[in-house]
Design a protein around this ligand. Sequence first.
Ligand SMILES: Cc1cc2nc3c(=O)[nH]c(=O)nc-3n(C[C@H](O)[C@H](O)[C@H](O)COP(=O)(O)OP(=O)(O)OC[C@H]3O[C@@H](n4cnc5c(N)ncnc54)[C@H](O)[C@@H]3O)c2cc1C
Length: 205
Amino acid sequence: MLWNTQSYTGWGRALSAEGELARPERAAALAELYAHPAIGARRSYGDACLNSTGAAVDMTRLDRILSFDATTGLVEAEAGVPVGELARLFAPLGWMPTVMPGTGFATIGGCIAMDVHGKNHHVDGSFGNHVTAIKLMVAGKPKTITPKRNAALFKATVGGLGQTGIIASATLQMSRCEGEGMEVTEQRAENWEEHIALLSSSQAR
Ligand SMILES: Cc1cc2nc3c(=O)[nH]c(=O)nc-3n(C[C@H](O)[C@H](O)[C@H](O)COP(=O)(O)OP(=O)(O)OC[C@H]3O[C@@H](n4cnc5c(N)ncnc54)[C@H](O)[C@@H]3O)c2cc1C
């Protein structure tokens, strides 16, 4: 594996790290890289994606869709796939990721490791609620973990900041959507209290 010494930052650009980065193109390469932390698209605001004392594995080239079921909306994707790419590919087919953060550049691995929230948190919960399986690199081998199989490890991996190992790929339950367009309903509030009350009572997804 080729390692490059690089200076890199997270989204906030206030902090930076200098260290060796590997950028594998094939999932098979993770067998020798598993002991290093993984980073995604570096869209974290703070220093979560910076390993200032060592090497890291940049997952952004592992960006393949591995399977998709048009009937159930289940998609299996490598961890480096940007979440917005899922929307771009599948919304025209009537499916989109159930939870999407405010940036489409965040990778599937990053969305799981930070258990990101979307604007529908009050009805659909966070990203991890819609992950049905994760392939996690454990001792150099991919191990499939689900909310029921290896449940404790699954729970620790969702929102676990990558500390349980490299997420190689994951299966997500997408939600039905009408298509690529978005229908917007506008509601005006007279004051702050009314604004908060409208947000609190919203069931909009
Ligand atoms: C404009 C903007 C809007 C945003 N809006 C929201 C929002 O609405 N809701 C929200 O929750 N967040 C939001 N975020 C934050 C962002 O979605 C998260 O920080 C997300 O985790 C970034 O994903 P990433 O691929 O860039 O991960 P990185 O920033 O590269 O890494 C984040 C963490 O994930 C770990 N990680 C990444 N990939 C893997 C992997 N394959 N295996 C194991 N661990 C891994 C890293 O070690 C690190 O701890 C926003 C960010 C921006 C820039």
